[in-house]
Design a protein around this ligand. Structure first.
Ligand SMILES: C[S@@+](CC[C@H](N)C(=O)[O-])C[C@H]1O[C@@H](n2cnc3c(N)ncnc32)[C@H](O)[C@@H]1O
Length: 235
């Protein structure tokens, strides 16, 4: 197990500016059942506060490259990507319990052995991950927080990017996607400004075929909002 000191980017316990909307959600009977049966085997609880060191080999029962997906929503993308990529392990993190339960259902339905689901604030989870321990970080359709006074809630901002990048191995990829044009530009500016990240495409990336189309993307396409993919490699 790798002990990790807490990162100054995210002061434990005092971090009150959240990157997510607090929302309740009703769970279906199927989701309630999946959560109670599958959580002990596939779930990881992430408390707010000081870094909780996570031993990734212990979590997955093997040593393989690990992809972290932040804000997995209902889990369809994560489950599809993990199923298509059995040689890497996928760690999804979400705060929305019905989405977590739905992903657990998809794990069981797909017989997925390379997927674990963390419940809690991704920034606290990342604090406890080993430096250089991740092969990739996916941030797909993060909440755009469109009002200027809410920009401080955005996931992609300099301090968070520095934290995420520190957990990537050298050559590991940070992949973001958004349908919010102004956020896409802000992401690009933030990612370009990080001295240890290199834009893999020298601009917005072509849509990667391996990223499944989600509800958010379908809605964006219908509404005529183009989706931007950004892929940056850690030096
Ligand atoms: C707009 S949804 C997109 C969901 C999914 N990625 C998709 O493409 O369908 C953003 C999700 O990120 C989650 N989220 C935002 N900040 C988070 C954080 N700090 N930790 C964990 N989940 C977070 C929200 O709960 C929400 O489900």
């Amino acid at each position: 197990m790798t002990a990790t000191d807490h990162d100054p980017a995210v002061p434990p316990a005092s971090r009150t500016i959240r990157t997510f909307h607090p929302r309740r959600g009703r769970m279906s009977d199927r989701q309630t059942d999946a959560l109670s049966r599958l959580w002990p085997a596939y779930g990881l609880d992430v408390p707010d506060g000081p870094a909780m060191p996570v031993d990734l080999a212990d979590l997955f029962g093997r040593r393989a490259p690990v992809v972290l997906e932040i804000g997995s929503g209902m889990g369809d993308t994560t489950a599809a990507m993990a199923a298509a990529d059995p040689d890497r392990d996928y760690l999804a993190v979400e705060v929305h319990t019905p989405g977590i339960a739905n992903l657990l259902h998809l794990v069981e339905r797909g017989g997925l052995r390379n997927l674990r689901v963390a419940e809690g604030d991704a920034l606290y989870l990342v604090n406890g991950l080993p430096e250089g321990g991740l092969d990739a970080v996916h941030v797909f359709f993060p909440d755009p927080w469109p009002k200027s006074r809410h920009h401080k809630r955005r996931l992609i901002q300099p301090a968070h990017v520095a934290l995420l990048r520190s957990r990537l191995r050298s050559g590991g990829m940070l992949h973001c996607a958004t349908d919010w044009a102004e956020y896409a530009d802000a992401m690009r500016e933030t990612l370009d400004a990080d001295p240890d990240l290199v834009d893999a495409y020298g601009g917005f990336a072509p849509r990667p075929a391996h990223r499944p189309v989600t509800k958010f993307e379908r809605r964006a396409i219908t509404a005529g909002r183009p989706v931007a993919d950004l892929l940056y490699r850690r030096r």
